[in-house]
Design a protein around this ligand. Structure first.
Ligand SMILES: NC(=O)c1ccc[n+]([C@@H]2O[C@H](COP(=O)([O-])OP(=O)(O)OC[C@H]3O[C@@H](n4cnc5c(N)ncnc54)[C@H](O)[C@@H]3O)[C@@H](O)[C@H]2O)c1
Ligand SMILES: [Zn+2]
Length: 348
C-alpha cells in the first residue's frame, strides 16, 4: 500500500494498493457519514458494504451515465438532508466515475461543502476520475456541463475491485492508461513491457499507482486546467468528437481511437519520431484491435473542444518523444484533411 499526498486548493491524500479498503471502517465510525454507491456495486459488494458501513445512511444510484444528472443530484442532497448530515459530516462515494462525479458534487454543495472520501471501484475511476477534484453532472445532453472543482479529502484505490470488472470496463480504463503512456516515459516503458498481458491484475495494480502519481503531479501544478492539466486530454479531442457522434463504445475506447489518429498526424507532420509514434499506435491496437475509419461527419465535435482558444482552430495534445508532448493547433479544415489521410492509411 502506498500513499500520495496531493496539495492543491484542498489537501487530498490518496491511499493506493491491496488493503486500502480496510482503512475505511474506522473513518466511517469516527464521524457522521453518508454512503453513495450504485446499484451494481451494491449488489456485488453488499456484504462488504454492510460490514464496513453498518447502518450508515445510504443512497443507491441506479447504475449508468444517464443517472449522472441534476434530478438525481437533488435526490442525493435530499437524502443527505434527511440523514441530518452536518457541516462536519463526510460523504463516501463508492463506485465508478459516475458515482465519484455526482457524489463529489453533492459533497461540494451540501452546506457549502462537506468532506468527501472517494472509493473508486472501476479501473477508469482509479487511474483517472477519482483524483484531481473535478466533479460534475450532465445536463441537456452535454456531458459534465454543471460541476465544481472540489478535492476529496481522501481517496482509497484498492485493486480488489478489479476482480469483478467486466472485460469491457478494464478495456475502458486501459484507454486512459495508454494515454498516460503517451505522457510519461516510465509508464510508457511499463505498458510496453506488459503489452501481451495488459489484463493481468497485478500489472493493473502497479500501473494504477503510477498513473495516479502522474495525475497528482499534474494537478499539483495546475489544478484549474489553465496549462499543464490540458495534457491529460491526449487523445481526447478526436476521441470526444467521435464519441459524441458514435455513442457505441466506451469512453476509453474512444480515447484510444483519438490517440491513434492524433499520433498519426503528429508523425506525418514531423512532430513525433516515426519509431516512437509507431510503438504508441501498436499499444493502441493491442488494446482496441481494429481502428475505425473516421470521416468528416465524425469530427464536428472537435470544433467545440474545450482546449480550443480560437473559433475554427482545433487543439490537440500530440506525443513528441517519450514523456514529451505538445499542444498542436490546426485550422479545422487542415485537421479534417489530416484525419482523412490517416483514415486512408488504415484502409490501404
Ligand atoms: N472527474 C474526472 O476527472 C473524470 C475523468 C474521467 C471520467 N470521468 C467520468 O467518469 C464516468 C465514467 O466512469 P466509469 O467508467 O467508472 O463509469 P461507471 O461509473 O458508469 O462504471 C461503469 C460500470 O461499471 C460498474 N461497476 C463499478 N464498479 C464495479 C466493479 N468493481 N465490478 C463490476 N462492475 C462495477 C458500474 O455499475 C457501471 O455499470 C463518466 O461520467 C465520466 O464523465 C470523470
Ligand atoms: Zn478520459
Amino acid at each position: 500500500m502506498k500513499e500520495i499526498v496531493l496539495n492543491a486548493s484542498q489537501k487530498s491524500v490518496i491511499t493506493c494498493g491491496e488493503g486500502a479498503f480496510e482503512k475505511i471502517a474506522p473513518l466511517v465510525k469516527a464521524q457522521k457519514s453518508f454512503l453513495l454507491t450504485d446499484s451494481n456495486v451494491f449488489e456485488l459488494y453488499g456484504g462488504l458494504i454492510r460490514q464496513t458501513f453498518g447502518n450508515t445512511p445510504c443512497y443507491v444510484l441506479p447504475a449508468g451515465e444517464e443517472n449522472k444528472n441534476f434530478a438525481r443530484l437533488g435526490e442525493i442532497l435530499s437524502a443527505m438532508g434527511e440523514a441530518e448530515l452536518l457541516r462536519t459530516s463526510c460523504l463516501f462515494a463508492l463506485g465508478g466515475g459516475v458515482v465519484g462525479d455526482i457524489g463529489g458534487l453533492a459533497a461540494a454543495l451540501y452546506m457549502r461543502g462537506i468532506k468527501c472520501v472517494q472509493i473508486p471501484t472501476t479501473l477508469l475511476a482509479q487511474v483517472d476520475s477519482s483524483v484531481g477534484g473535478k466533479t460534475a453532472v450532465d445536463m441537456g445532453g452535454i456531458k459534465n456541463l454543471v460541476g465544481a472543482f472540489y478535492q476529496p479529502e481522501l481517496v482509497f484505490a484498492d485493486p480488489m475491485f478489479f476482480k469483478t470488472l467486466p472485460v469491457r470496463e478494464i478495456k475502458c480504463g486501459l484507454g486512459e492508461i495508454v494515454k498516460y503512456a503517451g505522457l510519461d516515459a516510465e509508464i510508457y516503458r511499463e505498458v510496453v513491457k506488459h503489452k501481451d498481458n495488459l489484463y493481468d491484475l497485478s500489472f493493473l495494480a502497479e500501473i494504477t499507482y503510477a498513473c495516479i502519481s502522474h495525475k497528482a503531479n499534474v494537478v499539483r501544478k495546475d489544478e484549474r486546467e489553465t496549462g499543464l492539466r490540458k495534457s491529460l486530454n491526449m487523445g481526447h479531442t478526436t476521441g470526444h468528437a467521435y464519441e459524441l457522434y458514435d455513442k457505441k463504445m466506451s469512453h476509453g475506447e474512444y480515447v484510444l481511437v483519438g490517440m491513434w489518429y492524433e499520433t498519426e498526424i503528429a508523425k506525418r507532420k514531423g512532430f513525433c519520431k516515426e519509431e516512437y509514434a509507431n510503438s504508441l499506435q501498436e499499444l493502441v491496437r493491442a488494446v482496441l484491435g481494429k481502428i475505425p475509419v473516421l470521416d468528416e461527419a465524425c469530427l464536428k465535435g472537435a470544433l467545440m473542444d474545450k482546449k480550443n482558444e480560437k473559433a475554427g482552430v482545433v487543439t490537440f495534445v500530440a506525443p513528441v518523444s517519450k514523456g514529451i508532448f505538445d499542444l498542436v493547433k490546426l485550422p479545422y479544415e487542415e485537421y479534417v484533411a489530416e484525419i482523412l489521410k490517416a483514415a486512408e492509411a488504415i484502409q490501404c
